[in-house]
Every structure is written in structure tokens, then in C-alpha cells.
Design a binder for this molecule. Sequence first.
Ligand code: PHE
Length: 339
Amino acid sequence: MSKIQKLHTEIDNFVIDSAETLEQYRLQFLSKKSELQSLLSDIKNIAPEERKQYGILVNELKQKVQIVYDQSKEKLESSVSYSVGLTDVTRSAKGIELGGLHPISIVMNEVCEIFEAIGFSRVPGPEIDDDWHIFSALNFAEEHPARDMQDTFFVHTNPDIALRTHTSSLQVRVMENEKPPIRVICPGRVYRNEAITSRAHCMFHQVEGLYIAEHVSFAEMEQTLFYFAKQMFGEGTKIRLRPSYFPFTEPSAEMDVSCNICGGAGCALCKHSGWVEIMGCGMVDPNVLENCNIDSTIYTGYAFGIGIERMTQVKYKTNDIRLFFENDVRFLQQFQTVK
Ligand code: PHE
């Protein structure tokens, strides 16, 4: 027993203040030939009635030896200065700043993923397109006032080439190239010559959807869009379809979702109506099907065009569309999932 006490005192008096003294300590108290080891192996020679008590004391000592070693080592390591000349090598490395997806991209992807999960496939298309794909094939008559509805950026006139004013030009491109059944989703940028305000911009984003098959009904469209709204904004979301007009769909509608900023009570985003308009939709006009060489006596279908900026505003409760394009990191950082 006195040996144990002696070792305690030795440990208490041992000064560890350098790598060398730490190593001396290790050899003296922790190595195979240390006194502690012989105390441990002595256990079998101790009288049975004392063995328990002895075991407890030796184990305590063993733990103390190890703790003193570990703590001293840690202390020494953290106090070592690694400074070399003017370079402070102990300074933490400069973190790599990770970027994140733009809120518009996040929402656009989310929209596409919801539709992809129910069988739609994502299709890209040109932002600069000709008159046929943007207007004529979509049933806009040559002098139709509807053409004036969209103030267009022309890249070339006669033949007319323009920045697409909507993603509906992709409906035509897909129907020209594929046979029904067709089920596509087309995300992208669109351009209109509009004054920039908190609610409108000359460049924005849409996701076009198109489903053409036999016996597709308006009711099917409504249920699909209702399903989409619930996936996007949550189970309790309501939708409302209002009659509207587009040259390329008949009948046509605008779809509103219940405003999730004010919960339907009325706020600035929903203009105090409780509803926010997020898309135009309707049954594809038979003339459009025929323009794309699809037999309108066999096939029917629906199309929709979702406004992504509006949806992003509803989802993230932002109040000015211009924020999306000013590229102010203080705004954009708030949508980052990885920091
Ligand atoms: N292209 C229309 C717009 O930009 C939206 C729409 C798409 C309407 C498809 C009906 C069908 O406003």
C-alpha cells in the first residue's frame, strides 16, 4: 500500500514543462517496466481478503497516471508556437465560401421535380425564337390584338426573330417533334418590354407544362394543378380557376392559390384578396394541335404556364421582384442551404 502512496507523491511532484519531461514521465510511469506495471501484476500475490481494496487503489493510480499524461500533453501542444518568420502558420485557414442556388432556381427546380414525379419530363429550349414558335403556331392571328398584349424585344424583323415572351413557344417545338402521348415540363427565362417595378420585370421565369393524349379532360388538368399546389405550398392550400383568354387554349383559365403570407386574410402581395395568381392554363386549342401536325379529332390536352417569380414571392414571403435580379449577396445568402 505504501508503494501506491509513494507513486502518488512522485506523480504530484513531477514537473512536466517540455516535450522531454513529458517523455521522461511516460517512461517512468507508463512504460512496461514502470512501477505501476509491477503493482498491477502484483495483484495476484495479494491476500484474497485485501485484493479488492488493493485493486481499487491501483486502478485509481493507473487512471491518475494516464490523465496527468494526457492533460500535460494537450497543454504542451496548444502552447507551442509554430510561428515562422512573418507567416503565422497557426492562423486558421481561410474558409472556402460556398455559393448557393438562386431562390428562383430553387423554386424552378422544385416545380419541375413535383411534375417529374408524376411522369412529366424536363425539356429545354431556345430563348431566342422565331415568329412561328412564339406567336403564329400558337394561334395568334397576324393582326390579332393579342399580339399587342405582349410587348416584345425583336432581335430581327422580317423574318421576325424575338426573345421569347413566354415558354409556350416550347409547346410548339415539342409537339412538332414528338408523337402523343406527350408529357413535358419546360422551365426557362422569358422577356417582355415592360417597365421595371416591384411587381413586374422585363425578364422573368416561367415553367410551361404540356400534356397531350387521348381523352384528356379539363377536370384532369384541374386535379393535377391542385395536386401541384398542395405539394408546393402545403396540404391546406386552396386553388381557384378564373375564366380567361389565351389564343392557344380553349377554354382558358388563370389559377390562383390561397395566399400563404396572410393565410387568406388579405395583404399587399395578394392585393387584399386572399388569392395570388400563379399561372395561366387551359385546354390546347385544336388549331394549335393541327399546326403541329397532331390530329385534333383523336388527341386533346392541356397546357399551363407558371410564373416563377410570383411563386417564389409567395413561398419565401418577399415583397419586391427587383430583389431577385440585383444580385445583392445580403439578400441571396438568406436562401443558401449550405453555408
Ligand atoms: N403563355 C401564357 C402567359 O405567358 C401562359 C399560359 C401557358 C396560358 C399555357 C395557357 C397555357 O401568360
